[in-house]
Design a protein around this ligand. Structure first.
Ligand code: NDP
Length: 309
């Protein structure tokens, strides 16, 4: 049995090094080097070439190198019986927590405005709202979202969360299911999107949703670009309903030259860096699942293929 690393979207070197350190006896192939496809039962991947997995007759598990699995599930030629796993990692959660907290603090204390003023050599104080007066709605309060909630609570923000199933999280009011979405949105002064990308969540951040947010609400999208209808966001920021947005993920990465987001005074763009997977931190759970597969034990962090995350 061999493990195939297939990651045209990421440099495989650090992954291979960490895998070898953790499991010196492991037989590793790195795509596209020559390898025996029949030997491969486990693949570790990020943005594989579409349709490739059907060429591996004995492949049983595809492990994502990150928390998102949409780069795997969106492959229409994915063989049905293959299991998919995702990353659940303390470091990834911590980094997401601190990044979203930074964006929220920067917004709430008007740091973008002061940078603009500085560049224009203007002394322009503006009022600010204190943390405990701001309610942050976390759309998709799963592993990463709960860490974000924790960081925000530590900083006196009010936090509410939306998910498919009701949650019990201390000091976080939980909303679940379509019926409770409007009530959740109506209260979210800042909306943080942390949903996985699935057929149910694609283009969820649209005009209709934005109009349900309170006037002056702020959007943070750190999940996937495909959640957002970009033209709807521009329209709602430009008509003043939304006060702005911080976007870390995009339909096309990097965004094209001349994209209206680049120079928009109320839109902050970061290059998909909210939380970056660290191979050394993640490899132990990959090896654990590789061994679980060999021992025919249930895998950890397995994705439910029918719901897509
Ligand atoms: P989880 O699976 O732990 O959490 C997803 C949450 O979304 C769950 O609470 C789930 O509800 C909820 N959810 C899913 N579908 C729906 C729906 N249709 N309606 C309402 N709620 C829904 O994922 P993670 O927290 O680990 O990761 C979230 C996403 O963050 C990843 O998929 C990835 O796209 C993105 N990401 C971005 C990074 C970046 O650097 N920008 C880095 C890492 C991840 P329930 O709990 O009820 O199942």
């Amino acid at each position: 049995m061999s493990l195939l690393v297939i990651s045209p979207g990421k440099d495989p070197e650090a992954w291979v090094k960490a895998l070898k350190e953790q499991h010196p006896g492991l037989n590793i192939y790195v795509y596209p080097e020559d390898h025996d496809k029949e030997e491969v039962e486990f693949a570790l991947t990020w943005k594989h070439p579409r349709g490739i997995f059907k060429n591996y007759p004995n492949l049983k598990v595809i492990a994502s190198m990150g928390a998102g699995v949409d780069h795997i599930t969106s492959d229409e030629e994915l063989p049905e019986n293959i299991k998919i796993t995702k990353v659940v990692d303390d470091r990834l959660e911590e980094d997401m927590g601190t990044f979203v907290l930074s964006l929220i603090l920067a917004h709430q204390r008007n740091l973008l405005h002061y940078r603009e003023s500085q560049l224009n050599e203007k002394w322009e104080p503006v009022p600010y709202t204190r943390n405990n007066q701001i309610k942050v709605g976390i759309l998709g309060i799963g592993n990463l979202g709960q860490r974000v909630a924790h960081k925000l609570l530590q900083n006196d923000f009010q936090v509410i969360g939306f998910s498919r199933n009701k949650k019990e999280i201390e000091n976080v009011e939980s909303f679940a299911g379509e019926d409770e979405l409007d009530e959740f949105l109506e209260q979210s002064n800042i909306l943080v999107n942390m949903l996985p990308l699935t057929p149910n969540t694609e283009k969820i951040l649209d005009k209709e949703l934005f109009e349900k947010l309170p006037k002056g609400a702020y959007l943070i999208n750190v999940a996937r670009g495909e959640h957002l209808v970009e033209q709807d966001l521009l329209a709602k920021v430009d008509d003043g309903h939304l006060s702005g947005a911080a976007l870390d993920v995009f339909w096309e990465e990097p965004i094209r030259d001349e994209h209206p987001f680049w120079k928009h005074p109320k839109i902050r763009v970061t290059p998909h860096i909210a939380s970056v997977t660290h191979p050394k931190s993640v490899v132990p759970q990959i090896i654990e699942n590789y061994e679980r597969l060999q021992d025919r034990e249930p895998l950890k962090n397995e994705v439910k293929r029918d719901i897509g995350y």
